[in-house]
Design a protein around this ligand. Structure first.
Ligand SMILES: [Ca+2]
Ligand SMILES: [Ca+2]
Length: 228
């Protein structure tokens, strides 16, 4: 087999059938509004999460896919590796940092797939990264979070603020997130075209782990104004 030309193939993810990150809580709001994990207490690190959605019409096998932050392995890196798991069409998964959290409902981790969707989180598949260090988590002032295939191909990298560690990609896979410390950031639509905005307050909540944004409107449709 011929070697690939430099830069060809290896760094690029498959072109289609990809999941998207739809929400990130990197700066946990103060007070009970920051209790994203619904365990009754707000933790500045443990309540952080990443929400992933399958906008395609086919299941996506996420086994061995990773979520990481800017830090290097063994130097305070946040790392979650999905266990044997398939995300069905239109389904959503949430990965919590998990430090000092007692997350209600069916829960998976890096070893175990959740036994069923979690009705406390809109029937999403909920995982904990099981972090045990207060040093491991997203930096509010600047960081990035990357979703990669088991081969290390970057599918999506979201960055915010300023950080000394450059993101691993600089092409359209790299998305700049808005800065906020009073809510999560969420896409406006559950498609790659959706842009990230500070999460609106909905029924007193400033994040919505497990609830994806609305799907893309039909072609030609005029977006309706939100009514709340
Ligand atoms: Ca909590
Ligand atoms: Ca959400």
């Amino acid at each position: 087999m011929a070697a690939l030309a430099l830069g060809e193939g290896a760094a690029h993810a498959p072109a289609d059938n990809l999941p998207i990150i739809t929400e990130v809580l990197y700066a946990v709001p103060k007070g009970i509004a920051g209790d994203a994990s619904q365990d009754g207490s707000r933790h500045p690190t443990g309540d952080e999460f990443v929400e992933i959605h399958n906008p395609t019409s086919k299941p996506i096998r996420l086994s061995g896919w990773t979520i990481t932050d800017r830090n290097k392995p063994d130097a305070g890196q946040f790392l979650f590796v999905f266990p044997n798991f398939r995300l069905g069409p239109g389904e959503t998964a949430v990965v919590f940092n998990g430090l000092n959290q007692t997350i209600p409902g069916p829960l998976g981790d890096a070893e175990t797939t959740p036994p069923k969707p979690n009705d406390k989180f809109n029937n999403a598949w909920v995982f904990t990264a099981g972090n045990t260090s207060s040093q491991v988590g997203f930096a509010n002032a600047g960081d990035w979070v990357c979703l990669r295939t088991p081969k290390g191909e970057v599918v999506s990298c979201l960055t915010w603020g300023t950080t000394e560690e450059p993101p691993p990609v600089a092409d359209p896979r790299l998305v700049q997130l808005p800065r906020t410390s009073t809510s999560s950031v969420q896409r406006t639509l559950a498609t790659a075209e959706g842009v990230f905005e500070a999460h609106p307050t909905v029924r007193g909540l400033r994040c919505s782990p497990g609830t994806p944004p609305p799907p893309a409107p039909p072609a030609g449709a005029v977006a309706a104004a939100p009514d709340d």
